[in-house]
Design a protein around this ligand. Structure first.
Ligand SMILES: [Zn+2]
Length: 339
């Protein structure tokens, strides 16, 4: 019986594929991309072609409204972007418009117009580009002193850079330098914004030379956000003020992050903002309730699966899109739908 039910479910999913919310970050071709955030413009165009053939792409709000009515629209897909990278304007917008495909972009309002990179990109610039440290690296974070004896991780050469450019953070670190990157990333991720920036400044001081922040990796400015929001194909949501790791924040701080980012965007765009995205997909049991109390209508996670009946609209799952060509993307689409 279980076997029969299993196959019936599989067949039903094949004939009537469940809706999916897709997650993108950047449409760009960076030199290195340890977190796999970028899809090239060429592959993005190709992926939209695949979607136009194999899916019904709906605005996020419409997909959710139909799910709320209990319709669970078959073949439906909605696109979302997290973080508000400037290439969403420079590359994604025109490709979306040309394909007639809508997307929802979540921005962390504290970064609008910031001249610095997001902290994880700054860390990547400092540690995964060629550069030389002393043999010891010290960091004071939150009144805790951390010391790394670097030995052969002190030097990261041009040839190391070339050799390891394709490395992903999900893979084992190929050198001590990559291990150091992962350790400092894990140390800084739950810290408040000011402590992350202070730690980056300490690393900069200890490096013999370092590269300037990359302008193409910053968040959009306020006027660039207006340009995005003016498109008929683009809706805007929020992603907190400081891209906070919410499970390290108390209730008051979480309230502040959600409320202030919502009101900043509402003021800036003169429209109600109803959609929220948990930074890093991280939150606590009380965050969905805080989002609801602040009059958000949806919140999206990074739980990778299709939507189902009875979905909690404050914990909407999303699937992460990689830099795939047409065949690989079509394959992923059918895997996500098969569940
Ligand atoms: Zn994010």
């Amino acid at each position: 019986m279980n076997r029969l039910m299993h196959w019936t479910k599989k067949l039903r999913r094949k004939l009537s594929p469940p809706p999916l919310v897709l997650l993108y970050h950047r449409i760009a071709e960076p030199e290195i991309d340890p977190f796999g955030l970028a899809v090239s413009p060429k592959n993005f165009r190709t992926q939209l072609d695949v979607l136009r053939t194999h899916a019904d792409v709906l605005p996020f709000a419409e997909l959710i409204a139909r799910c709320k009515r209990g319709e669970l629209p078959a073949r439906a897909v909605a696109l979302t972007f997290d973080d508000g990278y400037v290439d969403n304007l420079g590359n994604a917008k025109s490709i979306l418009e040309a394909a007639g495909i809508p997307a929802l972009i979540y921005v962390a309002t504290g970064f609008l117009g910031a001249q610095h990179e997001f902290w994880w990109d700054a860390l990547e610039t400092l540690l995964l580009y060629p550069g030389t440290f002393p043999t010891k690296l010290d960091l004071n974070v939150n009144e805790m002193r951390h010391t790394w004896s670097l030995e052969n991780a002190a030097i990261y050469s041009e040839s190391d850079f070339e050799k390891f450019r394709g490395w992903r953070a999900s893979e084992p670190p190929p050198t001590r330098r990559h291990a150091l990157f992962l350790e400092i990333y894990a140390l800084l991720r739950p810290q408040p914004h000011a402590l992350q920036q202070a730690a980056l400044a300490q690393i900069r001081e200890q490096l013999s030379a370092h590269r300037a922040p990359k302008d193409e990796r910053r968040c959009v400015s306020e006027s660039e956000l207006h340009e995005l929001a003016a498109s008929n194909h683009i809706a805007i949501g929020v992603h907190t003020v400081t891209h906070r790791w919410l499970s390290a924040a108390g209730r008051e701080e979480q309230m502040h992050e959600l409320r202030e980012s919502k009101s900043a965007l509402e003021k800036l765009l003169a429209r109600p903002i109803r959609d929220f995205s948990y930074p890093y997909g991280n939150y606590t049991a009380e965050t969905p309730e805080i989002a609801a109390a602040l009059c958000f209508q949806t919140a999206v996670t990074t739980e990778e699966r299709a939507l189902q009946n009875g979905e909690d609209f404050f914990q909407i799952p999303r699937v992460v899109c990689g830099d795939w060509d047409a065949d690989a993307f079509a394959q992923k689409l059918s895997e996500w739908r098969a569940g």
